[in-house]
Write a protein that binds this ligand. Structure first.
Ligand SMILES: Nc1ncnc2c1ncn2[C@@H]1O[C@H](COP(=O)(O)OP(=O)(O)O)[C@@H](O)[C@H]1O
Ligand SMILES: [Mg+2]
Length: 358
């Protein structure tokens, strides 16, 4: 390696090739190991020592990576194969997935190999989420679509001259069409909110008037469910926010409380808005059947429902609480869900204090 780095001014430290290699792999962001022909580990950067905490010099590679496929790949490269990559699935202490790039190298004239570990755990998780999401959306759209196409066929054929059937089928088709429209609307709001999530809304907004407006809008639904909706709030509660998004948030929470809380003889939805020095608290409670604890952590996932047919029958898309979660995140607030089966559910959103930027 003499002369390769062209170090000839007097300030530059002279480095042996071992030190040079250590410095070089130390500068790389990913975990890197160098193995000799045996193969034993002859160099490792700090990132690699984090992955293999017990690592000491000259450890056999087979001792720290017990995956036959990885060892086989390393052997191939040591025998003269070109650079290649191999997946390594590590289950302990935490589950991680690495892609290991194995490249040929030479040390003191003998074959060696460089192993570079790329952590692809997060990338795989995101990829899996994306695939699931597309599968879910397709499934949610396919059902109403299939039903509409079926009715169109019936109306073109057997029911062509049946006026009563036509009325009935058109009603059902209208309902399925509205269901698809709701789904597409919810998907669009979700992607818009997610796209802007890094920008916190700054405008002063009165949470009380937004909530009161939504309670008025949902009055017919409450009447139909026989539910009383009570609001306890001061005259105003100013927070930094986006009025449209906060309207969506209040709509989803109050609508859920009316839809899923309306079981008893006289269901009651209680809405509290409490401004304080630490921020503003919005809570929406119902006295319905509540939610079993095992469902609570997953409730805000897209398309997650405790009872899918019941949600569909009430016009649900399974996206409402996912939208709520993203709106809360964008407003730098916190969402808490509390419920005991049989004793109702409470959804609390804490908004930070409004800071006037002027
Ligand atoms: N107040 C509530 N009481 C009981 N269950 C609820 C309540 N709010 C939401 N849920 C449950 O959470 C699920 C997800 O809610 P959401 O994301 O709004 O979807 P959707 O209402 O379209 O089904 C609902 O399907 C329901 O099972
Ligand atoms: Mg909902």
């Amino acid at each position: 390696m003499e002369g390769f780095f062209d170090i000839d001014d007097n300030n530059a430290p002279t480095q042996t090739s071992g030190q040079l290699i250590a410095a070089l792999i130390g500068a790389l962001p990913d975990p890197v190991l160098i193995v000799d022909q045996m193969p034993r580990v002859v160099a490792a950067n700090a990132q690699a020592r984090e992955v293999f905490p017990g690592l000491s010099e000259r450890d056999a590679l087979a001792f720290i990576i017990r995956a036959p496929k990885v060892l086989e790949t390393v052997s191939l490269v040591l025998e003269g194969a070109e650079r290649q990559s191999v997946a390594w699935h590590e289950r302990a202490p935490v589950e991680r997935l690495y892609e290991i790039f194995v490249s040929p190298f030479a040390m003191d004239g003998r074959p060696a190999a460089v192993l570079e570990l790329r952590d692809v755990t997060e990338a795989r998780r995101v990829e899996r989420m994306r695939v699931n999401f597309i599968a879910n959306v397709s499934h949610e759209l396919r059902t109403p679509l299939a039903s509409m196409l079926g009715f169109i066929e019936t109306l073109q054929g057997p029911a062509r001259n049946d006026a009563a059937a036509r009325e009935k089928f058109l009603d059902i088709m209208g309902e399925q069409g509205r269901r698809m429209a709701r789904l597409v609307d919810d998907l669009l709001s979700l992607s818009r909110i997610e796209m802007n999530e890094h920008m916190r809304p700054q405008a002063p907004v009165d949470l009380v008037s937004i909530v009161r407006h939504i309670v008025d809008t949902l009055a017919p639904a409450a009447r139909e469910a026989g539910a009383a909706v009570n609001v306890a709030a001061p005259a105003r509660a100013i927070i930094s926010g986006d009025a449209d998004e906060l309207t969506r948030l209040a709509e989803n929470l109050v609508e859920n409380a009316i839809k899923y809380g309306g079981a008893g003889p006289k269901p009651t939805v209680r809405i509290d808005i409490e401004p304080s020095a630490g921020g503003t608290l919005l809570s929406v409670s119902d006295d319905g059947p509540g939610i079993a604890p095992e469902h609570l952590p997953r409730l805000t996932e897209r398309f997650y429902r405790v009872d899918t047919p019941a949600s569909r029958a009430r016009g649900g898309t399974g996206l409402g609480l996912a939208i709520v979660k993203h709106i809360v995140a964008r407003h730098r607030g916190r969402l808490e869900i509390e419920s005991q089966p049989g004793r109702g559910a409470t959804f609390r959103v804490r908004f930070p204090v409004h800071t006037d930027k002027n």
